[in-house]
Each structure stands twice: as C-alpha cells, then as structure tokens.
Design a protein around this ligand. Structure first.
Ligand code: ADP
Length: 632
C-alpha cells in the first residue's frame, strides 16, 4: 500500500464514524449509483457494501418506487427542484431477501463534490409505526366503546368546556360533535335558570367539596329547544401528576322514564280514587306466596293496612259473616279446583261489628311457571246499593198497595152492591122464617129448612166476596207461585163483575182451551187485570152508544201467554198515546194516573210486557204477556 493510496486520517475517521452510526448511511452519486454503504446499512438491507457499491440505489427500493427513482434523480439534476432533499420523509425500503419495511429517510446534498453526491440517512421505523398503529387502534376502539354506550358520555375541562362527547350525547342534544367540542357546556346546553347552580356544582366537584359520584338529575336543553331530564354520574379526570383536569360524566336520558313514572303514579292515584268512590277493592292471592291487597280492600274489610292482607282461610273465619262462611268456603274451593271462576255475594263483618254486603268476582289461573296458583279478584262493597234497592222495592210495594186500594175504591159501588144483595136476601129469608115460626099453623119444617139453606148460601156468597176483597187489599210482599192464567181470570170475575154490572157492562170471558203455567204473584197479576177492566169500563162509559161489553181473554203466543182486555169504548187519541204509561198521567177527573204505570212495572218485574192496540171497529185492547214456566 503506497502513501498516496493509503487512506488519509480524515477518511479513516469518517469511515469509523459511519460504521459506528446507528442509522444506515448511504452516499450516492448524480446517477444514483451507490458510493458508500455503512455497517448499519449492511445490517438493515442484508447487502454487503461490496455487493452494492456501484449499483443503482433503486436496488434498495421495491416496485413501483424502483422504476420511478431514475426519473426522479434526472428531474432533480435538471431542475434542481427537490421533493425530498432537506425534508425527509417516510419511505418503503426493500432488503436483499425481498422483504420490505417502512423507513424514515433524510437526504442531504454534499455540496462542492464533483460529480454531485447525496447522502441518505435511513432509519427502520417498523416498531414505531406498529406502536402508532396500535395507539390509533386503541383510540378507535375506545371511541367505538364510547359511541356504543347507551348513555351520554361527557368530559368537561376545568373551565366547563366540552372536551369529549360520544355519539349518544350528540344524539340526545341534537348537535354534531364539532358543534359541541370546545363550547361552554353550561352556556350551550343548560337552561338559564339552573346554569349558575350547575356550574357551581362542577366547581365544588373539582375542588373536592362535593362527592363527584353522587347522583344528580338535571334538565338539559337540546338544539331545538326541548327540555330533557338527564340522570348524571360524574367522576374526576386527573393528569399523570394527579392534578384535576376535568370531569367525566355519564348521563342517562330519563325524560321518558320519569314521564312514564309520573303517568303511572297519576293513573294509580286515579285508580285508587276510582276504587274508593266505587267501593271496589282488588286483590291477588298467590299459592304459594300469599296475598296482595289494594288500599280499598283494607277499607272495605275495615282492617289496618299495616297488618297486611288477611289470607284466605283466615279471611273466611274472621271477615266473612258466620252465616255465609260455609257457602263462601265452598264456592272458593270450587273455583280453585273446578270452575276457575268466582262470582258471589255475601256479607262481611268488620272488626267494629258493622255488617256490609259485598260482591266478589275472581278468576283463578297459574303463573308463568305453571305451578303457582294465582287468584285475581275484586271485592265490591254493595251495601249502599242493596239498601237503595231494598228501599226502592219497599216503596214500590207500598205504592202498588196504595194503587190497589185506590182501584178498590173505584170499584166500591159495585162491591157494596155485591155484598148488599146477599144481605138483603138474608134479611128477606130471615123475615120469612120468622113469619113461618110465628104462624098459627106452625112452621112447615121443609119451608123453614129451605129458608135457612138460602140464608146460609147468601151468607157464604157475601163471605166469598169479602174474602177475595181482603185477600186483594191486604198489604203483603211479592210472592210467586205457579199459576194457570185461565183460572186466575175466572177467579177475578168475582171481583170485577159487580163493578161491570153496576155500570151496565157485560163482562165476557174468552179463554184459550188451555194455557201453559206461568210463575207469578197472583194478587199482583189480578191487580193488573182489575186495572185494565176498570179502565175498559171507564172508556165504555165515555163513548156514547158504545157496545157495552168488555171481553177478558187468554191466548197462547209462541213464547208467552197473553191476557187481554178488550173494550169498544172511546179509544185512545194519538195526542196522549206517548204519555199513557207515565205515572200520574190521567184524563179522568178523579183519576190517579197510576194504574197503567204500576201495571207495566208489575208485568216487567215478571219478565213480561204490557201494551195496547186498537180494537177493530173502535175501542182499545190492552194486553200483557208472561213467559211460560219452563218445566225441566
Ligand atoms: P187513571 O185510570 O187513573 O187515569 P191509568 O194509568 O190507569 O190512570 O190510565 C191513564 C190514562 O190512560 C187514562 O186517564 C186514560 O186517558 C187512558 N186509558 C187507560 N185505559 C184506557 C182505555 N181502555 N181506553 C181509553 N183510554 C184509556
């Protein structure tokens, strides 16, 4: 080695420097040919310096950069316009074995060298890139978690500005993320009235004077001005030194839930009020499990809610009236084991001794598990209704009775006559008998017996009328029996005929050969018939030259037995027809206007109907029907 060819000191130092460098250092000439390739470059690319020196640097690049590189170099040489020199950038490099890796490349021009040379510093950034990618992935994943959250997530900085908000938050507030980030949370999203208070709350949380995790409900205002109720939970955000840098809150939109809760509370209150007004309680009995009662149940039964519901066996023993206990128990057991339904009325005794009437309706089923027996039912306090019904029934009965007496009053003339006749006859026979006894010739026993028989007969006749009369006017409550309406009409004759006779009206019967039996109260049905006959006689009197005949008849209709009273009297003018059955409507000077009203209500109580039609040729025919008794 000659002194001239021996490397100079500077050159040796440079080589040592290059070999010690961590980065790959490559020097190329103006054509792109490699001139220097240091140790790190050898390690990085897998080439020996001797293999690549003199070769085009493109050998260190993968396609398509490899092909483009010469063009790029030529361009620079011509225009001196550098896209890379002095700038540095990320590139993709290729090793000898063909594998590629990301690298950072910084290029410098070696000024003053001739020909032109460039030096490149190359650094493998595979692991840095991997770290950056991992970080980005991590951040994206965190963001997607935030976005997936069904609650609003909101981070505020120490000044109350929005530092982070997730998708749900944007959705609730009606803004997009860009419109929210950096904005003052309190100014933008809180109503004016609570703004200062909430801001003070944040200050307290950051100062550590308020527990950040405490649950707060706050109203926010959305972009379109709607108010929404948010339930918040807040925690503090700290930096690595432990300094508080803001808050992170999760907020749940509870507007609908609170509304629904309020609606539910309202409807529960309504239900309670309705139950109270109606005197209706409800309950559920689960077996196994026990009972639940509504407030009104306790009130009906008179028990203290603090003591809880009375369970079924005890209920029967303690609450149900002793006289009804056995029946209730039987029906309850039957509902559970057979019918699945309960519908009965019974009495209960409250702890203070008052007796109440109740109507219980219940349904038996099983729970979703198919095992638990569940009885759901209502208990209705019907005491007041029953009392009202009873009072109503009593006044109806009284009225009916008064009306009966009044009808009798109207028929009094005829009846007085009816009784007078036998009495006159009795007096006559008695006188004759007395004359016989006193006659000088002595009484012929046969004549005497004859007179006495007549007296007996007449007395019986009068007695019969009085018996009927008493039976008719007696005050009594309704009782039904099986009746043959043909017989009833015949019996009625005794009472109706005297009235007809004094009014010079012929009473004719026109009975169907036989009629099915009905179930009815005989006195009440007689009352109806007498009313109709009375009215028929009045109507006959009203019409001059009327045929003076009233026909009482029976007919069998497909599903009812009809009784009718036909007259040929004045008829009913269309003007009054609408009022005919109204109580107190009368066209008669001494009328009460109760006859038809009461008759109709009596017939209805027997599940029948009462009406009228014109009699062909003039007059009116009133009729009523009763359902035939169903014989099983
Ligand atoms: P009152 O007989 O006391 O008037 P009612 O209720 O029995 O009461 O009758 C009401 C009215 O119906 C009578 O005033 C009369 O105008 C009319 N009316 C009832 N029956 C007949 C009848 N058979 N013919 C014509 N009008 C009748």
């Amino acid at each position: 080695m000659t002194a001239a060819s021996a490397p100079g000191r500077a050159e040796l130092e440079l080589k040592a420097l290059l070999d010690a460098a961590v980065d790959a250092v490559i020097v190329i000439d103006h054509r792109g040919c490699i001139d220097t390739f240091n140790r790190s470059a050898e390690r990085l690319f897998g080439w020996r310096a001797t293999d690549v020196v003199g070769k085009n640097v493109a050998v260190l690049m993968p396609e398509p950069y490899r092909a483009e590189h010469d063009g790029y170099m030529g361009n620079y040489m011509r225009s001196r316009h550098a896209r890379i020199i002095g700038i540095g950038r990320e590139v993709v490099a290729q090793r000898r074995d063909g594998t590629v890796f990301p690298a950072s490349l910084a290029v410098g021009e070696i000024k003053g060298s001739n020909p032109q040379r460039f030096v490149g510093f190359i650094h493998d950034i595979t692991s840095r890139k991997a770290a950056v990618d991992a970080l980005r992935r991590e951040r994206d994943r965190a963001q997607s978690y935030l976005d997936l959250a069904e609650v609003m997530l909101l981070a505020l900085d120490v000044d109350g500005r929005i530092a982070l908000i997730n998708r749900k938050g944007c959705e609730i507030l009606g803004y997009n993320e860009a419109e929210l980030l950096g904005r003052d949370w309190f100014e933008l999203c809180l109503p004016e009235r609570t703004r200062d208070h909430s801001r003070a709350g944040l200050v307290d949380v950051m100062a550590g004077t308020r527990d950040p995790l405490s649950h707060i409900e706050d109203t926010v205002v959305t972009r379109d001005g709607q108010s929404k109720l948010i339930a918040w939970r807040t925690s503090l955000l700290r930096d690595e030194r432990g300094q508080v840098v803001g808050t992170l809150s999760s907020g749940e939109d509870v507007t609908e839930r609170r509304d629904a809760e309020q609606r539910l509370r309202k409807s529960e209150a309504l239900l309670r009020a309705a139950q109270e007004i109606a005197g209706l309680g409800n309950y559920e009995v689960r077996s196994p499990g026990g009972s639940t009662w509504s407030d009104q149940m306790y009130r009906i039964v008179g028990c203290d809610p603090a003591e809880g519901p009375v369970e079924p066996p005890e209920f029967v023993a303690r609450v149900v009236h002793p006289d009804d206990a056995e029946h209730v128990n039987r029906e309850w057991q039957r509902a559970i084991t057979e019918t699945g339904k309960l519908d009965l009325e019974y009495r209960i005794v409250r702890p203070d001794g008052t007796v109440r009437d109740v109507h219980a309706i219940a349904q038996v089923g099983t729970d979703a598990d198919g095992e638990t027996v569940v009885v759901t039912g209502t208990l209705h306090d019907i005491t007041d209704r029953k009392r009202a019904e009873e009072e109503m029934r009593q006044s109806q009965e009284k009225l009916t009775h008064v009306a009966r007496l009044s009808t009798m009053g109207e028929m009094a003339t005829g009846l007085a006559h009816e009784i007078n006749q036998p009495l006159t006859a009795i007096a006559t026979y008695a006188q004759a008998a007395s004359r016989l006894v006193n006659s000088a010739a002595g009484a012929d026993p046969d004549d005497l017996r004859d007179a006495l028989t007549q007296i007996t007969n007449q007395a019986l006749r009068a007695g019969e009328v009085i018996k009927r009369l008493r039976g008719f006017v007696k005050n009594r409550s309704m009782h039904t029996e099986t009746l043959d309406l043909n017989h009833l009409v015949e019996d009625l004759r005794v009472l109706a005929e005297p009235d007809a006779r004094v009014n010079d009206v012929r009473l004719t019967l026109d009975l169907a050969p036989s009629v099915p039996p009905v179930s009815a109260d005989p006195v009440q049905i007689q009352q109806v018939l007498l009313n109709l006959v009375r009215n028929a006689i009045d109507a006959t009197n009203e019409r001059e030259g009327a045929v003076r005949e009233v026909v009482v008849g029976t007919r069998v209709r497909p599903d009812a037995v009809e009784v009718y009273v036909m007259d040929r009297g004045a008829g009913i003018s269309p003007k009054i027809v609408d009022n005919l059955y109204n109580p107190f409507f009368t066209t008669k000077a001494a009328g009460t206007g109760l006859g038809l009203a009461i008759s109709r209500s009596i017939v209805r109580a027997h599940l029948g109907r009462l009406g009228h039609r014109d009699t062909p040729g003039g007059g009116t025919t009133f009729w009523f029907t009763l359902p035939p008794l169903r014989t099983a």
